[in-house]
Design a binder for this molecule. Structure first.
Ligand code: HPA
Length: 279
């Protein structure tokens, strides 16, 4: 009896939020974009835009962290109907995994089939430079918890979803083509997702590099797991905002991360809007 009520509540909450959004925008989006730290400028390029504050959407968590404002922006980018999340929910803020990934469930309910995610990340790959754009080819989940832990809702996806192509190869290929056409230097790499909020010790950066990571950050992985569970195609991109490792003495700060992300922003805007145009 208890369980049935619980089940109804989670699915109902998702539907309620999706219905609210659908009733408050002119057109339903085909692509969702989650904007990472310092990458909020993309929204300036969204045409015919409309906004909904997270605080007005029933059941939506409210964003708290500095540098994130908490709105959904709707409109056209690269000729496609998009919904951009300005501000995401980080695990380190204290949200639980169901809250962190709630917006992705709402996207699923809205029948959005493609998700673009961006983030700021620290680079461990010795070829990387601050300001580089890294196309995420795969990830390593080092969060203490998987967002799919607990009861599985068959309506939302399978109990044991494959993660073999967590980041769509066709979208990676498109990103490569676009970056070549536009003369944007892009790297490829594996994103390591950690809980944060601490940056890594030198030994931790080294450890993440040894296990196959190229960059590390405090987001993205939970949303990408849920998007895959939901059958969505995902494209992920990181801006390398600092470098970490045994021999690196620079101390990363949130301000430095934001500054470096801002510098990469024009190229990110070109990459993402041109990809959308060519989808
Ligand atoms: N570590 C973790 N998260 C980050 C970093 C980092 O070095 N840079 C930006 N986000």
């Amino acid at each position: 009896m208890e369980k049935r009520t619980e089940e109804k509540t989670y699915l109902d909450k998702i539907r309620e939020s999706a219905d609210y959004i659908k009733n408050h925008v002119k057109e339903t989006p085909e692509v969702a974009i989650i904007l990472g730290t310092g990458l909020g400028d993309l929204i300036k390029y969204i045409e015919d835009s409309e906004a909904i504050d997270y605080k007005n959407i029933p059941n939506f968590p409210v964003s708290t962290v500095e540098g994130h404002s908490g709105r959904l922006i709707f409109g056209k980018l690269g000729g496609k109907r998009v919904m951009a999340m300005q501000g995401r929910f980080h695990y380190y803020e204290g949200y639980d995994m169901k809250e962190v990934t709630f917006p992705v469930r709402v996207m699923q309910q809205m029948k959005i089939e493609k998700l673009f995610v961006s983030n700021a990340a620290g680079g461990m790959n010795k070829e990387f430079r601050v300001g580089d754009i890294m196309i995420i080819t795969d990830h390593i989940n080092l969060f203490p918890e998987n967002p799919l832990r607990g009861k599985n809702y068959e309506d939302l996806g399978p109990r044991f979803p494959a993660m073999t192509e967590a980041y769509s190869q066709s979208l990676i290929n498109l990103a490569d083509k676009v970056s070549q056409e536009k003369g944007i230097r892009v790297m490829h790499g594996v994103y390591v997702g950690t809980a944060g909020p601490t940056f890594e010790t030198p030994a931790e950066y080294e450890y993440f590099r040894i296990i196959g990571g190229d960059a590390v950050g405090m987001s993205t992985v939970p949303e990408v797991i849920v998007a895959n569970h939901a059958g969505m195609k995902v494209f992920g991109v990181s801006v390398i905002t600092d470098l970490g490792g045994k021999d690196i003495k620079e101390v990363p700060t949130h301000e430095e991360v934001q500054k470096a992300a801002l510098k990469a922003q024009p190229n990110m805007v070109v990459l993402i809007s041109e990809m959308l145009k060519q989808l």
